[in-house]
Design a protein around this ligand. Structure first.
Ligand code: CA
Length: 489
């Protein structure tokens, strides 16, 4: 039933859709800047705008309140490397052998996300954008995989999967080990930063250093009015090691749990950075013409102070808490102001969405698992009606698998397939698989079909993982997609 209110919303939605599509299509000179602000291992309820009861994030909340908050945004994987590979390629990492984090061995074992996958940064660079990556990379460390060779004009940060936060503490540790001749075995979290391939000393608390670099990139970009920018700002906060500034923790005197207080401080430092970034955009007259997308690469780890409420599961899991992320889109007068968007989307959708708003050409042979969602986001309609959004995480000798389709989600964490009406039961508390066996069968069959074209992984995070993979004859999809444990229903 369409009441007066929803009708007026619909009309407004249609109007926005038309005016925005016209703007996007016709005015190439006004192509927007695109700013991705990515956090690392942040829980679903760890920002104010997504319901945090204790962590205050005023700058992020302000942006969220003026944009669209997406409550059902899914990453392509519940942990770092594969999730980021999905963002950059617009494809499930399982489709090009990047299902695991890169090896922990020196320089990621010389491996990286295959160069046959054209990154979104390259597409935007080729379309004339000024492109920058700041912070964590985690997609390969050798030259061919380096951000500068994957479409980024500028890179500042670290190439591996994480970093310590206080230079005054990590530098002496690094120097000590280097003098002992341990060069190849020094823990990568201690290594110096780099700028475009050259080592550079960071002197600030790392989150502040990355914010400083983002501000600098934004200011420099303003000098050429005709060239829009794409900035991929990948904070490593609040990923471990858990290290916060005293002044940031002091913002939360009411938090008594020490882990939570440190975590809150780390998130607060990101928010302080976002405040400076917003100011830089406004000071340089670029704020209104910048699309800002904020999200985390995967869910939080409660044992380190994160909170995924009301979602079940945590980083690494295909339960909602593993890969559903807080997210907002902010773009003045282009995306609606103060709206909530509950339809499911994937971070794989960012690639084609960015290409569309940038009027950039995607190579004709580029395979994509995402789609442009901008018009649906504006209109408030589902861009993926009837479509599956997958999550597949390999464990020792079995796989966790899940898929979302409209309001439904199937989940198998290694025992049997469950079904949740996740639009109304986001905490996956009420398994309704026995009531809807046909939906389960259909969705499992569709996911199995999807899995058939997944190649073997190109690498494993740790050597033992690879040994087990071979010994167990993984991926053992005949077990993953079997419904035999459901037959008693
Ligand atoms: Ca992560």
């Amino acid at each position: 039933m369409i009441n007066k209110f929803s009708l007026s919303k619909l009309v407004v939605g249609c109007f926005c859709l038309i005016s925005s599509a016209a703007t996007i299509a016709s005015d190439v000179n006004k192509r927007p800047n695109i700013l991705v602000i990515l956090t690392d291992d942040m829980g679903y309820a760890d920002v104010g705008f997504n319901g945090s009861p204790d962590i205050r994030t005023p700058s992020l909340d302000q942006l969220a309140s003026e944009g669209v908050v997406l409550t059902s945004a899914y990453n392509a994987h519940p942990f770092c490397g594969p999730s980021r590979a999905g963002i950059m390629t617009g494809r499930y990492p399982h489709k090009f052998g990047s299902q695991f984090n890169l090896p922990t061995s020196n320089r990621s074992g010389g491996l990286g996300v295959p160069t046959s996958e054209v990154f979104i940064s390259k597409v935007l660079q080729d379309a004339g954008y000024r492109t920058g990556a700041i912070g964590k990379w985690h997609l390969g460390e050798e030259e061919e995989f380096h951000p500068n060779n994957r479409g980024f004009d500028e890179f500042y940060g670290f190439l591996n999967g994480g970093h310590d936060y206080f230079p005054k503490k990590y530098k002496p540790q690094y120097e000590r080990q280097r003098k002992q001749g341990l060069n190849h075995s020094i823990f990568h979290y201690l290594r110096p930063f780099e700028r475009n391939g050259k080592e550079e000393e960071e002197t600030e608390y790392v989150t502040d250093g990355l914010s400083r670099e983002a501000v600098s990139f934004i200011k420099k970009s303003a000098s050429d009015e005709d060239q829009p920018f794409f900035l991929y700002l990948a904070y490593n906060a609040p990923h471990s090691p858990m290290q916060a500034k005293e002044e940031d923790m002091a913002q939360f005197p009411e938090i008594k749990d020490n882990k939570r207080k440190v975590y809150a401080g780390m998130v607060y430092a990101v928010d302080r950075g976002v405040n400076k970034i917003v100011k830089a955009l406004k000071d340089t007259g670029q704020y209104d013409n910048t699309l800002i997308v904020f999200f985390s690469d995967n869910g939080g780890k409660p044992n380190l102070g994160a909170n995924n409420h009301p979602l079940r599961g945590r980083k690494g899991s295909v339960l909602e808490g593993g890969y559903r992320t807080p997210m907002f889109f902010h773009w003045p007068e282009q995306v609606p102001d103060g709206q909530t968007f509950t339809h499911p989307i994937s971070t794989l959708d960012l690639y084609p969405t960015f290409a569309k708003v940038a009027d950039a050409k995607i190579p004709h042979n580029k395979k994509l698992d995402g789609k442009n969602i901008m018009e649906d986001l504006i209109a408030g309609t589902s861009p993926r009606q009837g479509e599956m959004i997958y999550a597949l995480r390999h464990r020792k000798g079995y796989s966790e698998a899940a898929a979302r389709r409209d309001n439904w989600k199937i989940v198998n964490t290694g025992k049997k397939w469950q079904l949740f009406d996740v639009a109304n039961d986001s905490s996956e508390s009420k398994d309704v698989s026995s009531k809807h066996p046909l939906i389960v069968r259909e969705m499992v069959a569709e996911m199995e079909l999807w899995s058939w074209t997944n190649p073997q992984p190109l690498w494993f995070h740790i050597h033992e993982e690879g040994v087990q993979w071979r010994e167990k004859g993984m991926p053992r999809f005949h077990e993953t997609f079997s419904l035999k444990n459901n037959s008693t229903n």
